[in-house]
Design a binder for this molecule. Structure first.
Ligand code: ADP
Length: 178
């Protein structure tokens, strides 16, 4: 399993797609999965840039993983984003369901990615929702990087403020295969 983490707009989706196409891996984008599953009030919360409830997310990821788990590598873009999500993931690893081969953290400042998001034209890519996602990332996802390191999961920082090809080449050069 390859985990892609990073602030909104850091290029997780783009890099995930490049990797999956290059190596023939499964690609699970949490944002895309949630846009498929989530309705009503939860969907409004999502569009406003708020994170969804951990238990809900875990239930969905569990199902999606079950549907793809074979011997092929899986790229997870956007999961885990919180410590409880990561706790669940590490339990799965412990129980032998899969293993984590790589964790990449795409590093970019708010300033560097804001223009990218404003140019993307998704309905949650408006100023207020973008700021909310940045805040959620700082409050919940940043501490997760240290938490993973403390739990002996190596997190590789990747400078994401470069061209797509440069970021891709960097990730590929650091990719560890099982
Ligand atoms: P971005 O990378 O721009 O934040 P995504 O498409 O990855 O966009 O995610 C869109 C939204 O989906 C998030 O703002 C959040 O509401 C929800 N979401 C995605 N992944 C998770 C997660 N692991 N936990 C909780 N909410 C999530």
């Amino acid at each position: 399993m390859i985990l892609l983490m990073g602030i909104a707009g850091s290029g997780k989706g783009t890099q995930g797609k490049m990797l999956s196409d290059q190596f023939g891996y499964h690609l699970i984008s949490m944002g895309d999965v949630l846009r498929m599953y989530v309705t009503g009030e939860q969907r409004q919360r999502m569009l406003a840039g708020g994170l969804l409830d951990d238990n809900e997310i875990i239930k969905i990821v569990d199902q999606v993983l079950e549907s793809v788990l074979d011997n092929e590598e899986v790229i997870l873009d956007g999961f885990p984003r919180t410590v409880p999500q990561a706790e669940w993931l590490l339990e799965q690893v412990k129980s032998g369901r899969f293993q984590i081969n790589n964790v990449f953290h795409l590093v970019a400042s708010r300033g560097a990615v804001k223009e990218r998001l404003l140019g993307r034209a998704r309905i949650d890519d408006v100023e207020e929702a973008i700021e909310k996602r940045f805040d959620e990332y700082e409050k919940l996802t940043m501490p997760l990087i240290d938490w993973l390191t403390d739990h002996n999961v190596e997190v590789i920082n990747i400078d994401a403020v470069r061209s797509q090809a440069e970021v891709n080449a960097d990730i590929v050069s650091k990719l560890k295969k099982s």
